[in-house]
Design a binder for this molecule. Structure first.
Ligand code: SAH
Length: 247
């Protein structure tokens, strides 16, 4: 589900947190873990806390510099426990998840987490396109690293399950916006007319069939060019039907 999305942990101090983060990721269907200068890794404590997610640790990629971990990414979102004075857009967790899931249809994306004690440095934040903060208790807003990974991994999963696939598909398959309500209604009227002319309903009421066809095309959200092709087919069919037969 998330092959193009990597979770990046920068300068993690406790190997147990790396293991717990791997576990959090796997429960939400994420498998690509990238570690930037972890203080201790590999480490038995990481394996112990990963439980059944040791494969995520085995496949983890280690880099020395954050730049190298992000080199091929087209969208990078940083996580911060507190407001920073860095001029990058701030997303809500839900918005961040949606954007990452949508973008991963066409490119590599990353979600970056900081050190347990000090989070991400400002220079590291500057490498990111946007930041996201979990709206926690303002008086105690710093989650455990792996807990923060869990919350955001959950949002990624919800975004992937609920919204993104259709939108992502659209982004790569159409080059026009969906047809307007008016264009779609004209199309439905034309379709109904054609079905009458070819006697598709055979005396039965056309309502159910037309409702189903409406649902089909509303789900597909065709663009104006696609509707023109379909209406062209209808018109040609009608022209042939109306032509007096040769015999
Ligand atoms: N004192 C540090 C706390 C770091 S907590 C700071 O203020 O940044 C370790 C990491 O967990 C953070 O760098 C971030 O990646 C993540 N994290 C913790 N709480 C978070 C929150 N409320 N929102 C988003 N990420 C959070």
């Amino acid at each position: 589900m998330h092959d193009q999305l990597r979770i990046v942990l920068v300068g993690t101090q406790h190997p147990g947190n790396i293991g717990s983060a791997a576990r959090a990721m796997k429960t939400m269907g994420l498998g690509r873990l990238v570690l930037v200068s972890p203080q201790r890794f590999p480490h038995p404590e990481a394996v112990a806390l990963a439980a059944g997610a040791a494969d995520v640790l085995d496949n983890a990629v280690v880099h020395e510099r954050l730049e190298d971990a992000l080199a091929d990414c087209s969208l990078v979102v940083a996580t911060t426990a507190r407001r920073r004075t860095v001029p990058i857009p701030e997303y809500s967790p839900r918005e961040a998840a949606l954007r990452l899931v949508q973008e991963q249809a066409s490119g590599q994306v990353a979600l970056v987490f900081g050190r347990e004690r000090t989070g991400l440095e400002n220079e590291e934040l500057q490498l990111c396109h946007a930041s996201v903060s979990i709206p926690a208790n303002p008086d105690y807003s710093s989650l455990n690293l792996a807990a923060a990974v869990q919350v955001l991994a959950y949002e990624l999963r919800v975004a992937a399950l609920e919204h993104a696939p259709a939108e992502a598909d659209r982004a790569t398959t159409i080059d026009e916006l969906p047809a307007s309500h008016e264009q779609l209604e004209a199309f439905f009227a034309h379709l109904a007319e054609l079905l009458r002319e070819i006697d598709f309903h055979k005396g039965k009421t056309p309502d159910i069939v037309l409702q189903r066809l409406r649902r089909l095309f509303q789900r597909a959200r065709p663009d104006p060019r696609e509707l023109r092709i379909l209406r062209g087919i209808f018109s040609d069919t009608q022209r042939l039907l109306r032509k007096p037969s040769d015999s």
